[in-house]
Design a binder for this molecule. Sequence first.
Ligand code: AMP
Ligand code: ZN
Length: 132
Amino acid sequence: MDCLFCAIVAGDIPSRGVYADDTAYAFLDINPWHRGHTVLVPRRHVADLLEQPEGLGEIAPAINATGRLLVDRLGAQGLNLLSNAGAVAGQEVFHLHVHLIPRYADRPGMAGLMQRESDIDLDEVYRQLVAG
Ligand code: AMP
Ligand code: ZN
C-alpha cells in the first residue's frame, strides 16, 4: 500500500518525531499552522475516524502525552485537536491522524487556526521539544 504516514512510521521517509509509544507516533507537521503543530498517527494503518471510530481510543494516551509535551516545552497557552475524516472534510492523507496545534496569546481564536506561518524554523522547534 502506498501510504505516506505508513512510510513515516516505518522510518522510510524522515520526520521530526516528538513522541512515540507502542501504538502511536507523533511528528512535526511539515507545513505548520502554528509553532509546534504536530501530527499524531496510529502505527497501524487506519484510513480515518469514519472507517474505525475506535482508532481514536487506541491513540488517546499518546494524544494526552503529546499535548502535555507541546504545551509544557513550547510555553503554549492552549491547544487545538483536529481530525479530518474524508476528502470532503479536508483530509489529504488517508491514514488516521490527529492534528495537535499549540496556541499562543498573540494569535488567539478559531479564526486564526489555519493561517499558516511561513517563518517557523522546524529544526529549532524540534530541538526545543526533544531537548526540553
Ligand atoms: P490532512 O489535511 O488532515 O490530511 O493533514 C495532513 C497533514 O500532513 C498536513 O497538515 C500536511 O502539512 C502534513 N504533512 C504532509 N506530508 C508531511 C510530511 N512528510 N511530514 C510531516 N507532515 C506532513
Ligand atoms: Zn498508512
